[in-house]
Design a protein around this ligand. Structure first.
Ligand SMILES: [Zn+2]
Ligand SMILES: [Zn+2]
Length: 337
């Protein structure tokens, strides 16, 4: 079978690989949709912890259970549509024993450190596969993983109804954050340079969607600013601006992934004076079950996040569109139904 494979820094190639053998504890998934995300770009450039070259990429995927190893204990049945949690912790380290699975130093990550879902078939631990409600289709189900990361981020923001929230960046992650915050009763302002993405933000319930040039900073100590600011870009400028936009007593959540060597100037006096809480968010602990449930409820038109769909044979084209940043979520469909 053809797979999208990370071989050397800076390049993802289409290569031929044999269908994997199933091991005890695993199920075989026939992949129906596999999303591309910023992490794939970081992987490709060798900037992701746990990433190992010589791996099939694809960590945001869904598909049908094709077969189950006879020694696998699971309630799943063949033919079940499942979304995959790519993060598989060791369950033995101090972090796992304290329910901080996402911080496990021995984390095995499907599509990052072990072969992932940019292929027609992938063998995954049964514990990583989440049954998807029948209201969620085989393409939409691949949004469960990014949504699970956003659930964790929104939890970190401890949003309350009526909060004024600022979200920087209306890419798929920013728009998902918006979807969850606005259905949770917050009033959201979205900052985004792209007109197309600002339009999407309005569709997703933003009270305002403004260009970064329209963001005029006031005096946070005199009551200006936002209760919670989510930075969903990962650039040093926006990470700094996010801190400046929080109201005194507010919370900043850095959701975007910065390059590993980036530093930004933050004034400790300013953080002290405004009693800010600055949080980061890493992966998706305990988010997958909630994500498939939220997709199934359909309170937000999540499907509108998928701007492009390609077959696996068209992977190079998918990668080109994805890296151009002109779309939103770019999905590859190794198997169409
Ligand atoms: Zn991702
Ligand atoms: Zn562990």
């Amino acid at each position: 079978m053809k797979v999208a494979y990370w071989e050397t820094k800076g390049k993802i190639n289409m290569v031929d690989r044999k269908i994997p053998d199933l091991k005890p504890g695993e199920v075989m998934v026939r992949v129906t949709s596999s999303g591309l995300c910023g992490t794939d770009l970081h992987i490709c450039h060798g900037e992701t912890p746990h990433a190992s070259p010589q791996v099939t990429i694809g960590h945001e995927f869904a598909g049908y259970v094709e077969s189950i190893h006879p020694e696998t204990k699971t309630t799943l049945t063949t033919g079940q549509l499942v979304s995959i949690d790519p993060n598989c912790p060791c369950h033995a380290c101090t972090f796992c024993r304290n329910k901080k699975y996402h911080l496990c130093p021995n984390l095995s990550c499907i599509g990052v450190s072990v072969n992932g879902g940019m292929a027609k078939y992938v063998a995954v631990p049964a514990s990583a596969a989440y049954a998807v409600p029948s209201t969620v289709g085989p393409e939409l189900a691949s949004l469960a993983e990014p949504l699970s990361c956003v659930i964790h981020a929104v939890d970190m923001g401890s949003i309350k109804s009526g909060d004024n929230v600022l979200i920087m960046g209306a890419g798929p992650i920013g728009l998902m954050t918006l979807g969850l915050c606005s259905t949770g009763g917050a009033s959201v302002t979205m900052v985004e340079p792209s007109e197309m993405r600002r339009g999407k933000a309005k569709e997703f319930g933003a009270a305002k969607a403004i260009h970064p040039d329209e963001l005029k900073l006031g005096d946070p100590c005199m009551g200006w600013g936002y209760d919670v600011v989510f930075e969903c870009v990962g650039r040093p400028e926006t990470m700094g601006t996010a801190v400046n936009c929080a109201k005194a007593g507010g919370t900043v959540v850095w959701v975007g992934v910065a390059k590993p060597d980036v530093t930004i100037p933050v004034s400790p006096f300013d953080v002290y004076r405004r009693e800010l809480t600055i949080k980061s968010t890493y992966t998706n602990p305990f988010g997958m079950e909630r994500a498939v449930k939220i997709l199934g409820e359909g309170k937000v038109n999540w499907k509108a996040l998928i701007s492009h769909t390609f077959t696996l044979d068209e992977f190079d084209k998918a990668w080109e569109v994805f890296t151009s940043g002109t779309g939103l979520k770019v999905c590859v469909r190794p198997s169409l139904d």
